[in-house]
Structures are given as structure tokens and as C-alpha cells.
Write a protein that binds this ligand. Structure first.
Ligand SMILES: NC(=O)c1ccc[n+]([C@@H]2O[C@H](COP(=O)([O-])OP(=O)(O)OC[C@H]3O[C@@H](n4cnc5c(N)ncnc54)[C@H](O)[C@@H]3O)[C@@H](O)[C@H]2O)c1
Length: 259
């Protein structure tokens, strides 16, 4: 594999540290020859993401807290000022209160529910609307989902409901943006030990279950999620939109553990 993203510019939202799935996607995009732009959430993250961006060979590191309309507008201004044309956007962002990922789902507060939906699902709509004017050649928007959108995963709770909304948003956005040649898809990744994942109570048990049950009998490597993101961003993915692609070692097809 080489140069699948030559001459393409990819905006990647969601690098927090080197374990972030977005970091693996940025590395794979660079490997394939893309010009990469990164964003960070708030001043607290700026230095770290700038350092990671320099290591990765990212062109720019821009501010964007997706829960703030003014920061989305600021992102658009920065892209405009640079005369950027985007070919692909990767939305690798989610957030929920820690207590909502440990107590029974029925205890979820109105504000916790709204927060998870706003940051983890609505933000894809807002990001798509912000980026659309810069995708004049068409292109690809990819988000990250999880099996908890369609099945009950213990303690995933409010985030599962947000991912269900996210996957529905993928379909509506694919319909809206398809005529402009913009494809919208989700990658449903298997569980990976990241900062966000550690917020889910007993996440270690989810990893153990995956290892025992997945047809490939191993956990998901962020690099294989990243390679699927490259496929979707590249011309190889040109016929794929409105889809959820599982990169989970096949776990989603299983009902009972293999003997
Ligand atoms: N790790 C897993 O097991 C797994 C599995 C399937 C899907 N996912 C999804 O992958 C995506 C990336 O998560 P990750 O596991 O790499 O964890 P991560 O903690 O490294 O990444 C989450 C990112 O979301 C960002 N974010 C949160 N609130 C934000 C806001 N208001 N504005 C801008 N950015 C904000 C954080 O800064 C961080 O960069 C998430 O959507 C997550 O749900 C993760």
C-alpha cells in the first residue's frame, strides 16, 4: 500500500494523545501521502496536539471544541484563510459523564443525556455543515461508532444511545451530501484501550470478551481501524456511503462464545 491519499487533504478531529484512534488515522493518512490538518479541544490540549502534529508531519493544528458554535466558525475561518480544499474529514470525537458510564442507564440525567448527544452525535452534523463548503471536489466524511449503538453493552449506556443517533445521522447526511459527491460513513471499531474507553466501567471485561469470542480471537488494533479510514477517504471507497463498516475482528456476528 502506498500513496492512496496522494494530493488529498484530510482534516482529522479527535487526536488527544498518541493512543487516540484519530492519531492512528493521522499516521496512516500521512503514510498514504495525505496533507493532514488536526484539531484540538481547548487550550489544555493545544501543546500536546501541536507536538503530536509536528511528529506526524501535520500541516496545521487548529482549535475546535465541537460543542461551541464559535469554534466551529473559527475553524471555517482558518480553512478559508488558508484556501484549503478538503477531500476527507474524520470525526473521532465522543464524550459522556463518567457516572453515566457506570450506573444503570435508567439513572441517566437529562443533562448527561443531552451532553452525550451533543458532543458525540450532533457534532457530526455540525462538522459536516462546517466542512461542506470546503469539499468542492466531493470527498468523504467518516465518523467512529461502536457496537453499543445496536446491542446492549454493559455500562456503555448513554454512549450507546448517542452512537445510535450518530449512525442514523450518518444515513441522513449521506442522503443530503451525496448529490455533492460527499460520502458519509461510520467505522464501528472493536474496543481499544484509549482515554475515552477507560471511562466505561469494567472496560477490561469488554476486552476479555472480545478476545474470547471474536472470530479473529484478538483485540482490535487501532492501525487496522486507521487503514479502513484510509480506504473510505481514498478513491477505493468511492461507491460506499451511508454505511457502518465493522472493524472488530468479526465480533458483531457472534451470539455465543466459541467452545
Ligand atoms: N476506544 C474504543 O474502544 C472505541 C471503540 C469504538 C469507537 N470509538 C470511538 O472512537 C472515537 C475516538 O475515541 P478514542 O477511543 O480514540 O478516545 P480519545 O479519548 O483518544 O478520543 C476522543 C476525542 O474526543 C475529543 N473530544 C471530546 N469532546 C470534545 C469536544 N467538545 N470538542 C472536540 N473534541 C472533543 C477528545 O478531545 C478526544 O480527542 C470516539 O467517537 C469513540 O467513541 C472508540
Amino acid at each position: 500500500m502506498a500513496n492512496l491519499l496522494q494530493d488529498k487533504t484530510v482534516l482529522i478531529l479527535g487526536v488527544a494523545n498518541k493512543w487516540s484512534i484519530a492519531h492512528a488515522i493521522a499516521a496512516a493518512a500521512r503514510r498514504e501521502g495525505a496533507r493532514v490538518l488536526l484539531t484540538y479541544q481547548g487550550e489544555r490540549q493545544r501543546l500536546t496536539v501541536e507536538e503530536l502534529g509536528a511528529e506526524l508531519g501535520a500541516d496545521k493544528v487548529l482549535a475546535c471544541d465541537v460543542s461551541k458554535d464559535e469554534e466551529l466558525a473559527g475553524l471555517a475561518q482558518a480553512l478559508q484563510a488558508d484556501g484549503v480544499t478538503l477531500d476527507a474529514v474524520v470525526h473521532s470525537i465522543a464524550f459522556a459523564n463518567r457516572e453515566d458510564l457506570s450506573r444503570p442507564f435508567v439513572e441517566t440525567s437529562r443533562s448527561g443525556y443531552a451532553l452525550a448527544q451533543d458532543v458525540s452525535a450532533y457534532s457530526l452534523v455540525a462538522v459536516a455543515r462546517t466542512c461542506r463548503p470546503f469539499m468542492t471536489r466531493g470527498g468523504s466524511i467518516t465518523t467512529l461508532s461502536y457496537l453499543g449503538a445496536v446491542r446492549v453493552v454493559q455500562n456503555y449506556n448513554v454512549m450507546g444511545v448517542a452512537k445510535a443517533a450518530l449512525e442514523a445521522a450518518v444515513k441522513y447526511l449521506a442522503n443530503d451530501l451525496g448529490p455533492a459527491g460527499i460520502r458519509v460513513n461510520a467505522i464501528s471499531a472493536g474496543p481499544i484501550k484509549t482515554a475515552s474507553a477507560r471511562g466505561v466501567k469494567d472496560f477490561g471485561k469488554i476486552l476479555e470478551g472480545m478476545l474470547a469470542m471474536a472470530p479473529l480471537r484478538r483485540n482490535t488494533d487501532p492501525a487496522e481501524v486507521a487503514d479502513t479510514a484510509v480506504f473510505l477517504a481514498s478513491d477505493l471507497g468511492r461507491g460506499v456511503t451511508g454505511n457502518v463498516l465493522y472493524v472488530d475482528g468479526g465480533f458483531q456476528v457472534m451470539a455465543l462464545a466459541a467452545p
